[in-house]
Design a protein around this ligand. Sequence first.
Ligand code: ATP
Ligand code: MG
Length: 572
Amino acid sequence: MRWTQSYIPTLREDQSEAELISHQLLLRGGYIRKLASGVYLYLPLMQRVIHKFSNIVREEMNRAGALEITMSVLCPSEVWKETGRYSTVGKEQMRMKDRHEHEMILCGTHEETVTSLIKGEVKSYRQLPLNLYQIQVKFRDEIRPRFGLMRGREFIMKDAYSFDATEESFDESYQKMVDAYFRIFKRAGLDVVKVESDTGAMGGKAAHEFMLLVNTNGGEEIIFFCDKCDYTANVEKADFRPSNKVSTDAELKELKIVDTPGAATIEEVTAFLKVDANRLAKTLLYMADGKPVAAMVRGDRELNLTKLKNVTGAVELEMATPEQVMKSTSAPVGFAGPVGLKSCPIYVDPLVAGIKNMIVGANANEKHMLNVNIGRDFKATEVIDLTSAQDGDHCPHCDGYLSSKQGIEVGNTFMLGTKYSESLGAKFLDAEGKEHPIIMGSYGIGITRTPQAALEKYHDDMGIIWPKDIAPFLVELIPLNMEKESLVETAEKIYKELTEAGIDVLLDDRSDRAGVKFNDADLIGLPVRITIGDKSLKEGKVELKARSRDEVGKVPVEEVVSAVKELLKKLN
Ligand code: ATP
Ligand code: MG
């Protein structure tokens, strides 16, 4: 491809819409443009990246025996009503009516569609196992679309769905996908870790996420690792045993209300009362599908929203507004407490239940209660784990310790069980003629998210450094002066030779200054750069440089193709 015949609108200035470096680089490198919040257009360079990554995914899925199909993005809402997800997915689902007033949705995932597809057609155990996949647009009206392609509303996903007759066969199918995932990410130049995750609205018995660990603020996910065994889980899911022993009173003391003027936060209250935060219990108010719920966690720990969501069974869980807090507790934010709180269920974390004579808000402005005891002074709707793991907690499985890293979820795998096949009636007959629901799994990879996630790792101050297998082109060819016939001729010759050797080249044939071309080359980040300048060419040579390395080599014009091949072999 010639630069002048392509469309690569690079930008000099940082773009204010981008918080993350990867997003910034895709905008500035002329890879993407935003149309609306969470909706992006993929320009020619990005389109090539998407093709390269999709092809890796496709090859590995095919190798694992999965079959590619394409399912429509548009779907009648009926099947979603049959599985019950029409009411549980919530506002993330885009809904509309067609001209016949028929309710339709845009799919954010395709379990319903694929199960209706095979239902009635797959009738016998002889037709199983089966795995169908697609690489297709998804639409999710995300509550907080952000970070460019990382969390879009419209994005591309590879989604696969497995169908098995027995648990043993399912375990094999699941493992095949896990193996394929490791191969896919490795080929894309990415080391990922597999972690236990929450099953969320998807349902099913267990799930795993594939995380790319990053040191930048692009890591939306926190992942815990045990330092002794191989336990890894994301923060939403991570179990733990608390490691810090808390001193506790021997006797239950008498309930007391004290004034705490100006003290509403944990820091302020502990400073004012001169106590440790672990003697306090926070009472946090949330709206679960519009109804208030209270969650109590220890003052020194964080509430885990996923755990609370699972406990309440809510589809939408939002923090209560100050007005809602006032309505439920008769006090401003910061003074909620469980004693006398009748307006909502109270979920209590076991760490809170373990505090004797705890300190809580008094449901009155600038007042707290001392010596509060569960059972004696208030009743819990349920005592259940609501706390996020934190660094230094004990592993739930061994005596090791947990520590956390930041990561980006690039793929995941769900053991769905028979949730969808039962609700939609996808059944098969076994060898004895007995009917069973098909055992299912579903497997996603972010086709647009993953390349951007890669950039959180692969960049420097100058721009992108693509891993070679997902780079839009492998080589950028830069004649330094388009006025000089000898340079242009050599560029054309090398361009032809590389192209014939099957190596994708971008020829920067613009008549811009060398500085402009070099800056753009560093910005768009192709793995190899060939520079054709007057001086070297007089010796019959051109300059060869890897984007990821500082050294510049000189290579005779005749040997360029083999030198490029050699260099590429050494690159990630
Ligand atoms: P997340 O927890 O990040 O919202 P998810 O659990 O909703 O992800 P899945 O529904 O399993 O993800 O989707 C499979 C894959 O699709 C994810 O691993 C991710 O790579 C990608 N993906 C999910 N949501 C988005 C999005 N809004 N924008 C871009 N890619 C996404
Ligand atoms: Mg999601």
